[in-house]
Design a protein around this ligand. Structure first.
Ligand code: AMP
Length: 409
């Protein structure tokens, strides 16, 4: 067959997909422990949402969106991220009170594919809307940090910065703009263009780091409110035991971001390029989308990169038992036993293909079963042989006691 998956996309099949499933379930459970509820929004949206909500002069909107016209000629785009969608959904539902929303799912960006940089990739994230206080930031940052710990990503540095509020940012922007103009000959063409449209993006640029190393940073321009918010966030993180480092050059170039910004970088990586996730406060986003002012803070983590950076997670056996059919005539008995045990809640697989016993044992092993139940000659006495594949202990027990035996393992 010469039809392949599109460039930059992946098929993820068992057994590898088990880890992905675990990653999503672990995130959902963790988010639930922090009071976040599942938030489902469309995989495609009006292009306008991202043009406004991500920003016209960002890499994502300029170069990376999967945009198409539907049959009625409407411009739609596969979501490159979820924050704008969640805020849109909150506003559409009335925008009252607080929303603590968690999501997980694929995002789409037309990038040059490489390891950890895919055209369809998987994010998990939360958005906390309707609370402007520093403890909302602390909660979101902590949640991401704990998740990375649970996922076995060693030694994560939480890089933290504050980019201030409207007035602070305006002053910083003017000063930075002037500073960049004086050095524009040394900047890339993208960076030169952004001096006028969005100078903070230039600090984000990976190709201009040498030039911008000594550029002014937002910290020098923080007003009183931003300063006290920032110190409360830092104190809060210390209080809940999340280590962080201040990264003065960390910015989010989008106009609606304010105050807290952060990224999670596995220390082994170093380069900012390899953040496994990040987020920030975006009190201006709801207004940019045409809604009433609504404070918000959120994070997004990329599963592709988390799984690459992970030291591994012990998932244990994937099956409680694999049923080996030792005599082909016993297949219907094995099927009814598997049905009964599954209804009791056990994870059971059975080989339907009447292979050799040896081949079935191999399969049990390959599938990661914790034990094997052999349906064979003993069945006439309503008995089966059971073997614990971890301890190697084998015995013959009455078939009604299999559930009990599995519980005692
Ligand atoms: P961003 O929305 O750009 O802040 O990205 C948040 C996280 O999503 C990143 O830290 C990555 O882990 C992940 N991510 C973003 N773009 C990609 C991509 N093209 N391929 C894989 N992961 C990505």
């Amino acid at each position: 067959m010469d039809i392949r998956a599109p460039k930059g996309t992946d098929d993820i099949l068992p057994p590898e997909s088990r880890l992905w499933h675990h990653a999503v379930v672990a995130f959902d459970n963790l988010a639930e422990r922090y009071g976040y509820g599942m938030t489902l929004t469309p995989l495609f949206e009006q292009t306008e949402l991202f043009a406004r909500g991500v920003g016209e002069d960002t890499e994502v909107v300029e170069k990376q969106m999967y945009t198409f016209s539907d049959r009625k000629g409407r411009s739609l785009t596969l979501r490159p991220e979820a924050t704008a969608s969640v805020v849109r959904a909150f506003l559409a539902a009335g925008g009252e009170g607080v929303l603590k929303g968690a999501y997980s799912g694929p995002m789409f960006r037309y990038e040059r594919p490489q390891k950890g940089r895919r055209r369809q990739f998987y994010q998990v994230g939360v958005e906390y809307l309707g609370d402007s206080g520093p403890f909302a930031d602390v909660e979101v940052i902590e949640l991401g940090y704990r998740y990375l710990q649970e996922m076995g990503v060693p030694d994560v540095a939480v890089q933290l910065n504050s980019i201030g509020d409207g007035a602070d940012r305006a002053t910083f922007r003017t000063v930075l703009q002037q500073w960049l103009r004086e050095r524009q000959d040394q900047l890339s063409s993208d960076a030169r263009r952004r001096i006028e449209t969005n100078p903070m993006r230039v600090l984000d640029s990976k190709v201009d780091t040498e030039v911008t190393l000594d550029a002014p940073t937002p910290a020098e321009f923080l007003g009183e409110d931003s300063l006290s918010h920032f110190s409360a966030v830092r104190a809060g993180l210390e209080r809940v035991g999340v280590p962080y480092v201040i990264e003065p050059r960390l910015v989010r170039g989008l106009d609606y971001y304010n105050r807290t910004v952060f990224e999670y970088v596995p220390r082994q990586y170093g380069a900012a390029q390899s953040a496994v996730g990040g987020g920030g406060r975006y009190d201006g986003l709801a207004e940019v989308l045409g809604g009433r002012p609504t404070p918000g803070v959120g994070l997004a983590l990329g599963l592709d990169r988390i799984l690459l950076a992970s030291d591994g997670v012990d998932l244990g056996p994937s099956l409680d038992a694999f049923i080996v059919v030792a005599e082909p005539d016993r297949l219907p008995d094995a099927v009814s036993l598997s049905s009964r045990l599954r209804r009791e809640g056990w994870r059971i697989d059975v080989d339907h293909a009447a292979r050799s016993v040896k081949a079935q044992f191999k399969k049990a092993d390959k599938k990661g079963a914790g034990s094997v139940i052999v349906v064979g000659a003993e069945w006439v006495d309503s008995e089966v042989a059971v073997r614990d594949l971890v301890s190697g202990v084998q015995e013959v027990i009455p078939v009604e006691e299999v559930g009990q035996w599995l519980s005692n393992r």
